[in-house]
Design a protein around this ligand. Structure first.
Ligand code: GLV
Ligand code: MN
Ligand code: MN
Length: 413
């Protein structure tokens, strides 16, 4: 008997989850450890317990939901993704991998099919960098990719440090306990929407992800000199916003000049102070994100921007400080898991495309402690990080079916 996916239940749960939000529907904003995030976590826990699964949270709120196998001492097969949502985004990014993973486990349980290894859904804490400026926080710590001192030093926009923030919502265990041993998972498979238009454009159903591109991000803090917008003459101004504008243009130029369409650069944050129409901006802060499938080429683009910052700030007499958040290497998927996904796609008679993920995912870090691969499903127009993000129930059902089969296959290896 095959695991049968209850797509009505999954669709209903995705709708319910989208309402734990600080933005008006259809937009979703769910930021780490806010009231809405904590409500969504409690709701997920109730779903897991209702389904009869084991449930645990670690010291960062990474959440583990387990269906125990017939040989529970063997390393488990994991799946999962994130439930946090960047400001004014949609309801499918990450959530399809968490609730879809949960539905895969429920379907396997209902089918009565045996599996030697335990199967586990993981909801990662803060895949999105919104609160502390660093993406994949939970999986970074889990995989030992970041020193704990750096984690403890993280501060949000209100100056609240991570230790205070996590303890305030009840996560009090030592951070050391978050680390997972290398033999915890035999395999990790994440289901996610594609966030790009290739599958839709080619009329294909499943993306088999063979690599995840290398992300880097940093903040640039600029300090110039403020003053009266009318009374202060143009000559000799030290306008922090104008330096920021030149720097933002250099991000675009660095990505375009790399010679590869895989290089992308975005200035997603620009804050100025004092932000008054009749005042020269004395301070500016930029948040810059540069990525590539090739880590070396990504580093060259970053270097280009860093050099521009130096030149622009010298010319405009602006003081600057760079706060490098991350510059991670790309990750390759595991051949055995890829084979298991391909087999599931073939058994189910679905069409597929082998592809690279240009977005990052917690799987980028899970690759450091476990063999990993990802399954993509199409999303309308390739749109993501926007309220109009959409995946059809049929595509989600296909993704969860492939996931369930892949997990079963890997659990009996
Ligand atoms: C994840 O949301 C990313 O920015 O790739
Ligand atoms: Mn995202
Ligand atoms: Mn995501």
């Amino acid at each position: 008997m095959n695991p049968r996916i209850d797509i009505e239940q999954l669709s209903r749960e995705l709708e319910q989850l989208s309402l734990f939000s600080d933005a008006p529907s259809p937009a979703v904003t769910r930021v780490l450890w806010t009231e809405q995030d904590m409500k969504a976590r409690a709701w997920l826990k109730s779903l897991a317990l209702e389904a009869g699964f084991l449930y645990r949270e670690d010291a960062l709120g990474n959440t583990f939901i387990r269906l125990v196998g017939s040989q529970p001492d063997l390393p488990a097969v994991g799946t999962g993704s994130h439930n946090d949502a960047i400001p004014f985004s949609g309801m499918y990014d990450g959530t399809v991998g968490v609730l879809g993973g949960l539905e895969a486990l429920r379907a396997i349980k209902r089918s009565g099919l045996s599996h030697a290894r335990s199967l586990e859904v993981l909801m990662f804490t803060a895949e999105e960098p919104t609160r502390f400026g660093l993406g994949c926080l939970g999986s970074r710590v889990m995989s030992g990719a970041i020193e704990l001192e750096k984690v403890r030093a993280l501060k949000d926009a209100n100056g609240v440090d991570l230790e205070t923030a996590r303890k305030a919502v009840g996560y009090t265990a030592p951070l050391e306990s978050v680390r997972l041993p290398k033999d915890y998972y035999a395999a990790f498979v994440e289901l996610h929407i594609e966030q790009a238009p290739l599958l839709e454009q080619q009329g294909l159903q499943i993306g088999v992800v063979n690599a995840i591109a290398a992300p880097a991000s940093f903040f640039v803090h600029l300090t110039g000199e403020g003053g009266h917008a009318g009374a202060r003459l143009m000559l000799g101004r030290r306008d922090a916003l104008l330096a920021a504008a030149e720097i933002a243009l250099s991000v675009e130029a660095a990505a375009l000049q790399s010679g590869a369409m895989d290089t992308v650069g975005t200035t997603g944050i620009l804050e100025i102070h004092p932000a008054a129409i009749n005042s020269i901006p004395s301070q500016a802060k930029l948040g810059i994100d540069i990525r590539d499938t090739d880590g070396l080429r990504r580093d060259q683009a970053v270097q280009h921007v860093l050099e521009t910052i130096k030149t622009v700030c010298q010319r405009r007499q602006i003081e600057y400080r760079i706060e490098m958040m991350n510059a991670d290497p790309p990750a390759q998927s595991d051949p055995k898991i890829l084979e298991a996904i391909r087999q599931a796609v073939q058994d189910l008679n679905f069409s597929s495309l082998e592809m690279v993920s240009r977005a990052y995912h917690d799987s980028l870090f899970m690759a450091r402690i476990s063999p990993m691969a990802m399954i993509f499903i199409p999303c309308r127009g390739g749109v993501s990080h926007r309220p109009d993000e959409y995946a059809t129930p049929e595509d989600m059902a296909r993704g969860v079916e492939v996931l369930a089969r892949t997990m079963l296959n890997l659990a009996n290896l």
